[in-house]
Structures are given as structure tokens and as C-alpha cells.
Design a protein around this ligand. Structure first.
Ligand SMILES: Cc1cc2nc3c(=O)[nH]c(=O)nc-3n(C[C@H](O)[C@H](O)[C@H](O)COP(=O)(O)OP(=O)(O)OC[C@H]3O[C@@H](n4cnc5c(N)ncnc54)[C@H](O)[C@@H]3O)c2cc1C
Length: 288
């Protein structure tokens, strides 16, 4: 298949991107790594009149940047740069662990971290990681800049909180704090496929125990979270934790049937993967 007709724009600065979006708004799409957008164009699932190719922006970082509180990804940091980054390995270990589950090396060579967030696929790994960690998106338009918390970013399948004239100029992941622990688990039929279900777990010290945020992918129209209340680490390892998480999953997740699996099977996976991820995350962290 060939893509539909569009007018191609090649801005060289962030201001130019904002100006193009102010002018063409709803009829335009940003082209980053193209790993999701180009197939969608070729299948005629997207038909923008204007394509804004950001790959030629001048002076953009190709590596994640370490700040006081955040590790920040500019719009042209590719997955491969993140998976080879010592900063990501040490400061955002959950993202580091999840990255190897994203597609295949060839796709990660072009795909961008910000593009994965902007694409907002509920079956994708990186939106779930950002949700578990409580990250932020910096949205930019000709009107200025605003910050969107990960809880407010994902609105529906492939739909996010960006306005028609905004783009994502950065995504920030919080740096690991003392005592925190993380784990990522997913199940897919073949390596590199989108998972039937997956979960990003972030364990945080609380009192004399740990609480855990589980952010699931593949079980709803956006990343779905379950909060496991604070308890001693030993309780996570106890057999009764399985039954407790099973109760939470049944109460809070409503996975849909699709061509790959039934909702009931995804719920089965959500319990098992959630228990495994929570246990690993708390064993990596340390109670206060
Ligand atoms: C065979 C295959 C398997 C894959 N498997 C997986 C997988 O297992 N897990 C997974 O998570 N992903 C998977 N992907 C998708 C891949 O990770 C994409 O690279 C990623 O989803 C999008 O990143 P990109 O930079 O290529 O974005 P693009 O394809 O360029 O853009 C994707 C969308 O985001 C928008 N966009 C991009 N950047 C910005 C920005 N800065 N501001 C505003 N909007 C923006 C675009 O307009 C478009 O709507 C797979 C892709 C393929 C082809």
C-alpha cells in the first residue's frame, strides 16, 4: 500500500513546529521515528493533509538528559539510545527493563521514547512505565508550554490529552528514589510481539513496609493501575497475596476480548504477572 497524499514539512526548530501546528492543527501529524505512523499511513488508517517531520530539528539531544529530579527525553531520543544508556539503567531501571520488550531492534533503532508516549497505544510498554512512575509530558504550542501528568495524559486508545495545536517536546521520568524497587513482566506469543498483557511495578517504602503501583498494558483502553496498599515485604511473599491481588484485579480491571485473547484469559495473566512483578519489585526495594 502507498500512503495517501500529504504536504511534507521539514522544520528545523521547535518554534517552527509550533507555528506549523498553529496553522494546520487538526489536519497535521508529527513524524518522529515513523514506526507506528508510517504503517498507519500505508494502511490508510491515518490520512493527515500535512506531515511535520521533526527528524531535522537542529540541536536536539540524541541522549536522555539527567536533571535533579528527572531523566528527560527530547523528541528525537530513540529507543536504542535509552536501552544503551547508563543513566537510564541506573536512574530509571523500570524503563530500562521494559525497553527490551518493545518490538525488535530494527524498530527500536528508529522509534522514539516520546513517539511511544504520543502514540498512546494501550498495548505499549512505555506508557505503562510512565504511568507506574508518575512521569510528565511537556506539551508545546505557539501559545506556550504546559506540563501534563501521566495520570492525565492517556485518554483512550491512541488518544491523549494533547490539543490539536500541541506536540510533545519532552517526556520526563522521575529518578529512582532511595528504597524504591521496580519490575516489568509481560506475556506475548512471540518475542517482539505486542503483549497480551503486561505490567510495570513500582514499589515504594511506606512506614515499615512497601506499597506497590501496578500499571497494566493490554487490558483496557489506556494503561490501567492497581494500587497495593502498604504492608511488610514478607506479606507480598505469602501465598495469601495471590488471592488478594486476584480480588483487586477482578474488581478493577475489565479486559476486553480481542482476536488474540479473551478478557478472562487476560485477567488470568494480570493476576499472575502482577504477583510476580510486585514480589520482584519489593525485593529490589527496601522498607524505610
Ligand atoms: C512490527 C512492529 C512491532 C511493534 N511492536 C511494539 C511493541 O511491542 N511495543 C511497543 O510499545 N511498540 C511497538 N511498536 C511501535 C514502535 O514502538 C513505535 O516506534 C512507537 O510506538 C512510536 O514511536 P515513533 O517515534 O516511531 O513514532 P511515529 O511512528 O513517528 O509516531 C507515532 C504517533 O505519535 C505521534 N508523535 C510522534 N512524536 C510526537 C511528538 N513529539 N509530539 C506529538 N506527537 C508525536 C505521531 O504523529 C503519530 O501519531 C511496533 C512497531 C512495529 C512496526
Amino acid at each position: 500500500m502507498k500512503p495517501p497524499r500529504f504536504e511534507y514539512h521539514r522544520p528545523s526548530s521547535r518554534d517552527e513546529v509550533a507555528a506549523l501546528l498553529a496553522q494546520h492543527g487538526d489536519e497535521s501529524k508529527i513524524l518522529a521515528g515513523g514506526q507506528s505512523l508510517v504503517p498507519m499511513l500505508n494502511f490508510r488508517l491515518a490520512h493527515p493533509d500535512h506531515l511535520v517531520d521533526i527528524n531535522h530539528l537542529e540541536g536536539e539531544a540524541s541522549e536522555p538528559e539527567l536533571g535533579d529530579r528527572w531523566v528527560t527525553f527530547g523528541p528525537l531520543v530513540r529507543h536504542v539510545a535509552a536501552e544503551r544508556s547508563l543513566v537510564v539503567e541506573e536512574e530509571v531501571p523500570l524503563l530500562f527493563e521494559a525497553l527490551r520488550f518493545v518490538a525488535h531492534p530494527a524498530i527500536r533503532t528508529r522509534g522514539t521514547i516520546v513517539g511511544s508516549i504520543a502514540h498512546s497505544d494501550p498495548a505499549a510498554e512505555i506508557p505503562a512505565v510512565l504511568t507506574a512512575l508518575g512521569g510528565e509530558i511537556v506539551a508545546r504550542s505557539a501559545r506556550g508550554e504546559r506540563t501534563i501528568h501521566s495520570d492525565d495524559c492517556f485518554v483512550g486508545p491512541l488518544i491523549n490529552a494533547l490539543k490539536h495545536d500541541e506536540w510533545m517536546e519532552a517526556v520526563r521520568f522521575p529518578r529512582r528514589a532511595e528504597g524504591e524497587g521496580f519490575a516489568f513482566e509481560e506475556f506475548s506469543r512471540r518475542s517482539g510481539d505486542y503483549a497480551l498483557c503486561g505490567v510495570a511495578a513500582a514499589a515504594r517504602p511506606s512506614g515499615s513496609g512497601m506499597n506497590v503501583t501496578l500499571a497494566y498494558l493490554g487490558v483496557g483502553v489506556t494503561p490501567q493501575t492497581i494500587e497495593v496498599s502498604a504492608r511488610p515485604v514478607s506479606e507480598y511473599q505469602h501465598p495469601s497475596f495471590f488471592g488478594e491481588l486476584e480480588g483487586l484485579v477482578h474488581a478493577e480491571l475489565r479486559p476486553y476480548d480481542d482476536i488474540h485473547a479473551t478478557g478472562a484469559y487476560k485477567r488470568f495473566l494480570a493476576v499472575r504477572l502482577g504477583v510476580k512483578a510486585a514480589r520482584r519489585a519489593v525485593s529490589m526495594g527496601e522498607p524505610a
